[in-house]
Design a binder for this molecule. Structure first.
Ligand code: ADP
Ligand code: MG
Ligand code: MG
Length: 251
């Protein structure tokens, strides 16, 4: 079975239909890029997969490892291996990044029936991952994302991915607001996590990110639907021709 199957998904926010019957299949080990203009529903799709509240699914289904995701609470989805790096990571003042990471990791382990990681083992793990991402340990003593630069927030998301080892990583516009050096560090972090046991869905408005993270498949979203799918060359075509050609088709 596919790792992720989205079939005929229709989603409303406050009686407004935003996704109009979306299909997407992602297999283990694959990297998919979802491209599309602002407002096409990319973040909505990622939020609904991860279980962010505020969305009504009116039709269709989402299966993860063959199980109905829509029946699961967000933390259940995370424990089963769904990870979303938000376009706008939330700040949690008063909770140090270190404590957040340890609590979240142990909650996931517990939900899977695994033993909690003891503090020394956790610290060892965090140190090695943080080092590889150029994250100073001091940053982890600060409140989650509080006062972090754009690049620091992204590196923090990748640190979470590296610790949680999810089987599906969804990265929502991780390139937004990053300069080229920060983008390279973030992309290297993502590439290091590519594996045959893990799939990635890389959401982006711009082709640029895909110079650093090479996808196996590219999907174009327009007005709440996937309107075209292809290989990595589709991203380059889009760079030439733009999104306007799809607007009529979607309408
Ligand atoms: P993208 O990530 O592709 O830019 P979004 O998923 O953020 O697109 O938004 C898709 C559409 O849904 C937009 O028209 C947006 O205004 C609308 N939308 C998203 N979230 C909400 C919300 N909470 N309330 C009302 N409209 C929303
Ligand atoms: Mg947007
Ligand atoms: Mg978005």
């Amino acid at each position: 079975t596919a790792l992720l199957q989205v079939k005929g998904l229709k989603v409303q926010v406050e009686d407004n239909e935003i996704l109009h019957g979306l299909d997407l299949t992602v297999n283990q080990g694959e990297v998919h890029a979802i491209m599309g203009p602002n407002g096409s529903g990319k973040s909505t799709l990622s939020h609904v997969i991860a279980g962010k509240p505020g969305y009504d699914v009116t039709a269709g289904e989402i299966l993860f490892k063959g199980e109905d995701v829509l029946e699961m609470a967000p933390d259940e989805r995370a424990a089963k291996g769904v990870f979303l790096a938000f376009q706008y990571p939330v700040e949690i003042p008063g909770v140090t990044t270190m404590n957040f990471l340890r609590t979240a990791l142990n909650a996931q382990r517990k939900a899977r029936g695994e033993a909690e990681l003891l503090v020394p083992d956790f610290l060892k793990k965090v140190r090695s991952v943080a080092d590889s991402l150029n994250i100073p340990m001091d940053m982890l003593k600060r409140g989650v994302n509080v006062g972090f630069s754009g690049g620091e927030k992204k590196r923090n998301e990748i640190l979470q991915m590296a610790l949680f080892q999810p089987s599906l990583c969804i990265l929502d516009e991780m390139d937004s607001g990053l300069d080229i050096d920060a983008l390279r560090v973030a992309a290297d972090g993502v590439n290091a996590l590519r594996s045959k046991d893990r799939a990635m869905v890389v959401i982006t408005h711009y082709q640029r990110l895909l110079n650093y993270i090479t996808p196996d498949f590219v999907h174009v979203m327009s007005k709440g639907r996937v309107v075209k799918s292809g290989g990595k060359e589709l991203a380059l075509e889009l760079e030439e021709s733009g999104y306007a050609q799809f607007e009529d088709k979607a309408a």
